[in-house]
Design a protein around this ligand. Structure first.
Ligand code: KE4
Length: 428
C-alpha cells in the first residue's frame, strides 16, 4: 500500500479553496473512492506523486501526452518560443504553420480555427453548423462527451456520467430541448430521427469511437449510414476527434474508418499538453465564421504561440517516427496480456481497444453502447483501480474513461502492468 500522506494533506487544503479540491471533476477519484494523489513530476510513461510514489501512467493527462511526459522536443519548443514572448494576440507564423499541418494530415479539413479547449471547439462547431443551416436542433449520442457547453451537457459521458448527473443543473430546459440524444450504434434510431425531424437537424455530433463511457466501437455500416443520412438531409456531420485526432493515426478516427465529416473538432495532442482546441472542415461552412461571416467566435489566447509550438513539436515527432505503428503494437501487447490474465483468473472482463486507446469493463458481454457499459461492475472496477494503483499502475479513475498508451510505454511497462493486473484480479 503506497503511503500518500502528503497528497492527503494537500487534498485537505485544496478542499478549502477549490470546489471538490479539483479543477476538473473526474480527477477527484469520486468514482473509485479514496483520495487523489497529487502529481509532483512526470517523465516518459511515468508520473511521480508528492510522496515519491511512481506510477506507470495510462491517463497521459487524458490524451495529450502521446509522446509520454516531458518529451524533450516539446519542452525545447516551449522554452525557445517563450523567450520570444508567451502571447501576442496578434497573428503569428506558427498558427499558419499549424493550420497547414492539420490540413495536410486531415484531408476533410479545408479551413481550421484554433481555440483553447475541446469544449470551445465543439461549442463553436455547433454554433457554426446552426448558423450555416439556419436550423436549431442537434443530435448527440448518450454517453458521448463533447465538453461542458450547455447544449452538449445532455446525457453526457466522462465526468458527468462518472458523477451520475449527465444532465447538468444550470442548463435551461429550452436549451436542452434543442439537443436530441440517441443510443449509439442503433441504426433504426438514426433513421427515425431524420424521418421525424426532416429539414430541422442542424448537425449530428459524435465521437467516432465513443471513449467517454469507457471505450466502444461503431458497428459495421453505422458511420456510413450516418454520413448518408446527414448528407441527404443537409445536416452538418461533426466528428469530435478531440481525443482520437492524431492519436489513432495521422487523420485520426476518420482516417481509420474512411469517413469524411463536414466539420471536425480537435484538441489535446495538438497542444503538446498546453491548452488548445481546434475545429475545421469544409471551407463553405468555416467561412461563415467572423470576421468573414455572421457566426461569431473568438478567443484571447486562441492560436497561442506556446501551444502551437508544443503541438507542432508533438506532430513532428509523431510524423518522423513509426509512432502510430508502435502504438498499435504496444496496444496489442497490452490487450493480449490483459485478456489472458482475465481468462486465467476467470474474471469476466471485456478489454476493448483501438490503437493506443483502451478500456477494461467488468462485464460478461461486449460493450457496444452506453446501456451495455452501465451493466459493468463498477464496484469491481474501483477495487481493480486501487489494486493497480497500489502496485504502481495508474489507470483512469473511472470506468467511464479510456486509457491511453504513449510512445514512451515499452514492453517493460506492459509486462509490469500485466503482472500487476494478474495479482489484482486474483483478489477481486
Ligand atoms: P476539454 O474542454 O476538456 O479540453 O475537451 C472536452 C472534450 C471534448 N470532446 C471529447 C471527445 C473529450 O474527450 C473531451 C474531454 N475529455 C475528457 C476526458 N474524457 C477530459 C478530462 C476532464 O474533463 O478532466
Amino acid at each position: 500500500m503506497s503511503v500518500r500522506s502528503r497528497s492527503e494533506a494537500l487534498f485537505a487544503e485544496a478542499l478549502k479553496h477549490i470546489p471538490g479540491g479539483v479543477n476538473s471533476p473526474v480527477r477527484g477519484f469520486r468514482a473509485v473512492g479514496g483520495t487523489p494523489f497529487f502529481a509532483a513530476s512526470a517523465s516518459g510513461a511515468r508520473v511521480t506523486d508528492v510522496d515519491g510514489n511512481t506510477y506507470i501512467d495510462y491517463v497521459g493527462t487524458w490524451g495529450p501526452a502521446i509522446l509520454g511526459h516531458a518529451a524533450l522536443p516539446i519542452i525545447r519548443a516551449i522554452q525557445s518560443t517563450a523567450e520570444r514572448g508567451t502571447s501576442f494576440g496578434i497573428p503569428h507564423a506558427q498558427e499558419v504553420t499549424m493550420a497547414q499541418r492539420v490540413k495536410s494530415l486531415v484531408p476533410s479539413v479545408e479551413k481550421v480555427r484554433f481555440c483553447n479547449s475541446g469544449t470551445e471547439a465543439t461549442m463553436s462547431a455547433i454554433r457554426l453548423a446552426r448558423g450555416f443551416t439556419g436550423r436549431d436542433l442537434i443530435v448527440k449520442f448518450d454517453g458521448c462527451y463533447h465538453g461542458h457547453s450547455d447544449g452538449l451537457l445532455v446525457k453526457a459521458g466522462s465526468g458527468a456520467l462518472t458523477l451520475g448527473y449527465p444532465d447538468s443543473a444550470g442548463v435551461p430546459a429550452e436549451v436542452a430541448r434543442q439537443t436530441l440524444v440517441l443510443p449509439f450504434n442503433d441504426l433504426e434510431a438514426l433513421r427515425r430521427v431524420f424521418e421525424q425531424h426532416d429539414g430541422q437537424l442542424a448537425a449530428v455530433i459524435l465521437e467516432l469511437v465513443p471513449a467517454n463511457a469507457g471505450l466502444y466501437l461503431p458497428k459495421p455500416g453505422y458511420l456510413e449510414l450516418l454520413r448518408q443520412l446527414t448528407r441527404d438531409h443537409g445536416s452538418v456531420l461533426i466528428a469530435d476527434e478531440v481525443m482520437t485526432g492524431f492519436r489513432l493515426g495521422p487523420a485520426g478516427a476518420q482516417g481509420v474508418f474512411g469517413l469524411t465529416p463536414d466539420l471536425s473538432c480537435f484538441g489535446k495532442i495538438i497542444g503538446g499538453g498546453l491548452p488548445v482546441g481546434a475545429f475545421g472542415g469544409r471551407a463553405d461552412i468555416m467561412d461563415q465564421l467572423a470576421p468573414l461571416g455572421p457566426v461569431y467566435q473568438a478567443g484571447t489566447l486562441s492560436g497561442n504561440p506556446l501551444a502551437m509550438a508544443a503541438g507542432l513539436a508533438a506532430l513532428d515527432a509523431l510524423q518522423s517516427s513509426d509512432a502510430w505503428n508502435r502504438l498499435e503494437a504496444v496496444g496489442s501487447e497490452l490487450e493480449q496480456g490483459m485478456v489472458a490474465v482475465a481468462k486465467a483468473t476467470q474474471i469476466p472482463m471485456q478489454f476493448q481497444r483501438i490503437g493506443s486507446m483502451f478500456c477494461g469493463y467488468f462485464t460478461e458481454d461486449p460493450v457496444w453502447n452506453l446501456a451495455d457499459a452501465m451493466r459493468s461492475d463498477r464496484t469491481r472496477f474501483a477495487r481493480f483501480f486501487h489494486g493497480m494503483l497500489d502496485r504502481g499502475v495508474y489507470l483512469a479513475p473511472s470506468q467511464f474513461e479510456a486509457g491511453f498508451i504513449s510512445t514512451a510505454h515499452t514492453s517493460a511497462e506492459i509486462e509490469a502492468t500485466i503482472r500487476a493486473a494478474e495479482a489484482v484480479l486474483k483478489t477481486l
